[in-house]
Design a binder for this molecule. Structure first.
Ligand code: THG
Length: 264
């Protein structure tokens, strides 16, 4: 599983505050902590409240890279903010994200080529997020086709079936799992799959969030999930991830497999 740490996101109050006050130490400590907890990449999102998102993204990318050498997933819907972030990345970045709108695909697959980036493709378009897996797969196919047209290897595309909060969109979770399973049939080589896991528990009671996250993650891993944006500091969630991968024969069994994974 390719693990992307979710924590450097201006949706969190401490991150919004750190951006505002240019508190480098706060951001660098979040970066280091997530890497210690086995993140393979870090999501970077300035959040909804940022007054100058481009400047904030540039500051975040520079600040993180002063303290850590890791892949960054530039998480923004704004194209100028995206390019500003990508252009500062020292190692091949991840574009988070594109959707199935023609103009978006043209622009962002172009950026993916320019910066040798991987790309996360959300199965949504101007009409929103389809209710069922059939609708999501139709949009996924459009993105696979566009990826090929731009001469980008489909194995660099991570399809995101977009999980919504279970408290308001309960029927979606099983459709997301079906999309993950069926997307493997779209092309050869198949696109990869990713989720922004914590969306699923947003709005649920605090005491249940971690349980909902780790249960859904196990189900998604059983459905073939390749990558996830999640809270790597949630130990029970990470224990579930490692165990689900073990049961899917993706990790070698040994008696102390949790410790062994963390020592790798
Ligand atoms: N797909 C892709 N990228 C994404 C998402 C996705 N990026 C952003 C988001 N979704 C994934 N990241 C988060 C980060 C935090 C939360 C949810 C998704 C979250 N936070 C808690 C809450 O809102 O209840 C706690 C907030 C707080 O403590 O202040 O749920 O789907 N490609």
């Amino acid at each position: 599983m390719f693990i992307i740490g979710e924590r450097i996101n201006g949706m969190f109050k401490d991150v919004a505050k750190a951006i505002k006050e240019k508190d480098k130490a706060a951001i660098q400590s979040l970066a280091k902590k997530q890497i210690e907890c086995k993140a393979n990449a870090l999501d970077v999102n300035v959040g909804p409240a940022s007054s100058n998102p481009r400047e904030a993204m540039e500051w975040l990318v520079k600040t993180i890279q002063e303290a850590a050498d890791i892949t960054l997933a530039i998480d923004t819907t704004k194209q100028d903010v995206m390019e500003a972030g990508l252009s500062l990345c020292k190692s091949k970045p991840i574009i988070n994200s594109v959707n199935a709108n023609e103009e978006k695909m043209k622009a962002l697959f172009g950026l993916a080529k320019k910066y040798k980036a991987s790309i996360i493709g959300l199965t949504m378009d101007k009409a929103g997020i389809p209710k069922d897996s059939e609708g999501r797969l139709e949009l996924a196919m459009k993105m696979v086709a566009s990826c090929m047209e731009h001469g980008i290897d489909v194995s660099r595309l991570y399809l995101d079936a977009v999980i919504l909060p279970v408290n308001v969109a309960q029927p979606h979770a099983k459709e997301v799992l079906k999309t993950i399973r069926d997307s493997k049939m779209l092309s050869d080589p198949a696109p990869k799959t990713v989720l922004g896991l914590s969306n699923v528990s947003q709005g649920s009671q605090a005491q249940y969030k971690s349980l909902i996250n780790r249960t859904f993650l196990s189900m998604a891993i059983a459905s073939g999930l390749d990558a996830a944006i999640l809270d790597v500091t949630d130990k029970e969630l990470m224990d579930s991830l490692i165990t689900a991968e073990l049961l899917m024969d993706k990790q070698l069994y040994c008696d102390s497999y949790l410790d062994a994974y963390r020592k790798k």
